[in-house]
Ligand binder design. Structure first.
Ligand SMILES: *[C@@H]1O[C@H](CO)[C@@H](O)[C@H](O)[C@H]1NC(C)=O
Ligand SMILES: *[C@@H]1O[C@H](CO)[C@@H](O)[C@H](O)[C@H]1NC(C)=O
Ligand SMILES: [Fe+2]
Length: 426
């Protein structure tokens, strides 16, 4: 008994010292690597994932080792493919690595909230299916950054898979391949069960850059080849930033690792994109960046991608009445109040860091003390967020941490849209 009491006292002491909620942090977990299935299956296609293109189309992307048709056959009943579409194939080289054939096919028009069955490269041994997002509220987003590929990633993905989400938002740092290209392929295999079923919308983090001076001077080679996003549809000229609309939400995916100063293309694009928003059609605006503009963790303080980008772009998002800004980069969870220029402001966005997808670098455990008043909740844990936009005025955000492999809702907050707040009328 005395021993147990001692352990209890010690844990309470640890909790008080750490200044965070009472929660015993589980140890790190192993890296995952999923090799090619070549010997196990005759299927040519692998790493299937989908993403939205416009309001009623979907891009299907997959990789084959050798040449195979860039064709998707699809329909609303299993094994009955009424429609077919053909797209393009690319590949890339990175040092001595040569990628497989990367296929990219846009299908549609598709009906909202409908399950479609499909196959890739005319392979009848594997049938996939996906559900299109709704055209009206409610809609549920899963949000997670810094995913990586460890057993914690697996845990996060399992919880997201059980969440009945419509669409994934991933604000940067996907595979943590970090120059070793076979890890991009492994990542594609790990996420395929989820990413072939629901659209995954991503933007880039620092781990996507993969530039090596003299040896490989082009940045984002693997990312741009493997994760083509619908940037042309929002008049962007770069795969590194774009926007899209889904069920009454205007989603902006910004690029923290490309130019963002007032003379940059991204800045000009953002100005024109914000000007085009019709709050009657999309009463909600959700922004995504990789490096957080608000962060009270000791990790990643003072970086230009956080501080300078905030300095240049915060006013644009504020004046447009962006509701929420999601970020990754810091491997922890933190939620701020509505803020603008460092101070609480009822018409500013809520900033939320969800960088705890499960990558191998581990958690960012240390926080600035005392906690700034504008920071409302912080927790160094792996997990994911869910944003359920219920109607044009209300949305529920919840943070689900991976505690011993179980998803525990540890933070939950109702949000009101700024477009419905008369005091914030522009
Ligand atoms: C991921 O987790 C599930 C459930 O625990 C398990 O069945 C599966 O084998 C795991 N995958 C990997 C690659 O470890
Ligand atoms: C929107 O959803 C909230 C939360 O469920 C509810 O209280 C409110 O009445 C709804 N508004 C409308 C117009 O349906
Ligand atoms: Fe990062």
């Amino acid at each position: 008994m005395a021993g147990i009491r001692g352990v209890l006292l010690l844990s309470i002491f640890a909790v008080v010292v750490a200044g965070v909620l009472s929660y015993e942090r589980p140890p790190p977990r192993k890296n995952l690597f999923i090799p090619r299935r070549r010997l196990l299956s005759s299927s040519p296609e692998q790493q299937v994932h989908i993403s939205l293109v416009g309001v009623n189309k979907m891009r299907v992307s997959w990789i084959t080792d050798g040449d195979a048709p860039s064709t998707v056959e699809y329909g609303t009943s299993p094994r009955k493919y009424k429609f077919s579409a053909t797209g393009t194939t690319t590949s890339y080289r990175y040092l001595l690595y040569k990628s497989g054939q990367i296929h990219d096919v846009i299908i549609g028009p598709l009906k909202p909230s409908t399950v479609y069955y499909y196959r890739c490269s005319q392979d009848s041994s594997r049938e996939f299916n996906f559900k299109t997002p709704p055209s009206q509220f409610p809609i549920k987003f899963a949000v997670v950054g810094d995913l990586g590929q460890t057993e914690w990633t697996n845990s996060t993905l399992q919880h997201i898979g059980q969440s009945n989400y419509d669409l994934m938002l991933l604000p940067g740092d996907l595979s943590y391949a970090d120059f070793w290209q076979p890890l991009w392929d492994s990542f594609g295999r790990i996420i395929e069960p989820l990413a072939s079923q629901r659209p995954w919308m991503v933007t880039e983090g620092n781990h996507e850059i993969e530039k090596i001076p003299l040896l490989h001077s082009t940045p984002f080679t693997a990312y741009n080849a493997r994760w083509r996003m619908p940037f042309e549809e929002s008049s962007s000229t770069s795969n590194l930033y774009y926007s899209f609309e889904v069920a009454g939400v205007h989603v902006i995916m910004l690029g923290s690792y490309t130019d963002f100063d007032p003379n940059s293309d991204q800045y000009k694009w953002l100005l024109s994109d914000l000007a085009k928003i019709d709050r009657k059609r999309t009463p909600w605006i959700v922004g995504n960046i990789h490096a957080p503009w608000y962060n009270s963790n000791t990790a990643h303080q003072g970086e230009s991608e956080s501080d300078d980008m905030k300095k240049f772009m915060e006013e644009l998002l504020y004046k447009a009445r962006v509701d929420i800004v999601f970020a990754g980069h810091v491997h922890a969870y933190e939620r701020f109040t509505r803020v603008y220029k460092g101070k609480e402001d009822n018409c500013g966005p809520i900033h939320i860091t969800v960088g705890g997808g499960g990558n191998r670098e581990g958690l960012a455990m240390n926080y600035i003390d005392p906690k700034p008043e504008i920071s409302l909740f912080r927790e160094a844990s792996f997990g994911h967020g869910q944003l359920e936009v219920v109607n044009k005025t209300h949305a529920l955000f919840t943070w689900h941490r991976n505690q011993d492999g179980v998803a525990v809702v540890s933070d939950s907050v109702w949000l009101k849209s700024l477009s419905s707040d008369h005091a914030c009328k522009v």
